[in-house]
Design a binder for this molecule. Structure first.
Ligand SMILES: NC(=O)c1ccc[n+]([C@@H]2O[C@H](COP(=O)([O-])OP(=O)(O)OC[C@H]3O[C@@H](n4cnc5c(N)ncnc54)[C@H](O)[C@@H]3O)[C@@H](O)[C@H]2O)c1
Length: 324
């Protein structure tokens, strides 16, 4: 019997939190994967297993270097573009970073795809592009309000470039606007910061903002399931989906879950204010009817995702040393 040819794909940001989870899943599904990462926040440890797999090839590369990127071979079917600066909070301290890592790098990836005639891109965008939305839960067709973070602005610019490339060069795109993602290999965000503080000293916890910020979360496994569902069932030129759960939680509530799970009773101090930092959105909650209409629904509640993430961090304290 004739053997079916394996699908070959590129994953940028393959050593990051979500990218490395995706690589595992793609290899399980028998794809051939070329993973690219500059290891700025990504960890080689996250791709230890794929590195031993003959269907995985790792290329350490900074995607800002378009010359190097354009030398890559072209016989791939699609690019999962996950590389980015994913730390929303520090954007305003380094104003060019989000532009470089999220917008220019996306432009480089698109140019590479145009030159090599690769016709499918999967892009990680963010709920942050809605800024402080008027309508909550916020749907994909919400009017864009004013951008409130450099991260959101750089991702929205990335989305716009992708849409223009789709229109001009017959490329197909799946754009996912995530809430915050939790789960195994989670390495940034406020749950990470809280665990980091409490593992050093469990008698006190400093919280940015007043703790009443409302956040929504999704487990990384659910996130990847949703991406595969959309790829399978949504075949338009530009396919845009919010990904999240139908719940939200305040920072104070997540601290309660965290303290219970770690069995600690720290003295909590709040910095005050509705926002934790410049660009922090006091209420992120996305409407997910569109992705649900394709038959996907999240398996994990926010509470369960938080608990699993806290367990992972408790058992993998090495990640804190790598993320100083
Ligand atoms: N984690 C979340 O809650 C969340 C929410 C919304 C959107 N996203 C988006 O999902 C994607 C993955 O996020 P993550 O949480 O896994 O972040 P991450 O920091 O763990 O992964 C990003 C990866 O990209 C790599 N990278 C960064 N710049 C690069 C460059 N110039 N060249 C090559 N590699 C580079 C990093 O080393 C890292 O491995 C990002 O695009 C992020 O913006 C994440």
């Amino acid at each position: 019997m004739k053997k079916l040819k394996k699908k070959k794909v590129i994953v940028t940001g393959c050593a990051g939190f979500i990218g490395s989870n995706l690589v595992d899943r793609l290899l399980n599904k028998n794809f051939q994967v070329i993973g690219i990462d500059n290891l700025s926040t990504g960890q080689k440890k996250f791709i230890q297993k794929p590195l031993k797999n003959k269907n995985f090839k790792f290329i350490k590369m900074d995607l800002i270097n378009s010359k190097k990127l354009n030398k890559l071979s072209s016989n791939v079917e699609m690019v999962f573009h996950f590389a980015a600066n994913a730390d929303v909070r520090f954007g305003y301290l380094q104003p060019k970073k989000d532009l470089r890592e999220n917008t220019i790098v996306t432009s480089n990836v698109l140019e590479f795809m145009r030159k090599k005639k690769i016709k499918k891109i999967i892009f990680c965008s963010t709920g942050s592009i809605y800024g402080e939305a008027k309508n909550i839960p916020t749907a994909e067709d919400e009017n864009f309000p004013i951008q409130t973070s450099l991260y959101g602005a750089s991702k929205l610019a990335g989305e716009s470039l992708i849409q223009a490339y789709c229109n001009a060069y017959n490329i197909q795109a799946w754009i996912f606007r995530f809430v915050s993602i939790l789960g195994e290999r989670y390495i940034h965000g406020h749950v990470f910061d809280f665990c980091n503080q409490l593992f050093k000293n469990n008698s006190k916890l400093r919280v940015l903002g007043n703790g009443f910020q409302k956040k929504s979360y999704l487990h990384v496994e659910d996130c990847i399931n949703a991406i595969f569902t959309a790829l399978k069932k949504s075949r338009g030129t530009i396919n845009i989906f919010n990904l999240g759960t139908e719940e939200f939680i305040t920072v104070r509530q997540s601290i309660k879950i965290l303290c219970k799970k770690l069995n600690v009773k720290p003295k909590i101090s709040y910095a005050g204010g509705r926002r934790g930092w410049i660009g922090d959105n006091p209420f992120i909650f996305l409407k997910i009817d569109k992705i649900k209409s394709l038959g996907w629904k999240p398996k994990y509640s926010i509470k369960k995702s938080l608990e699993l993430t806290i367990s992972y961090l408790s058992k993998n304290k090495w990640v804190f040393k790598k993320r100083k």
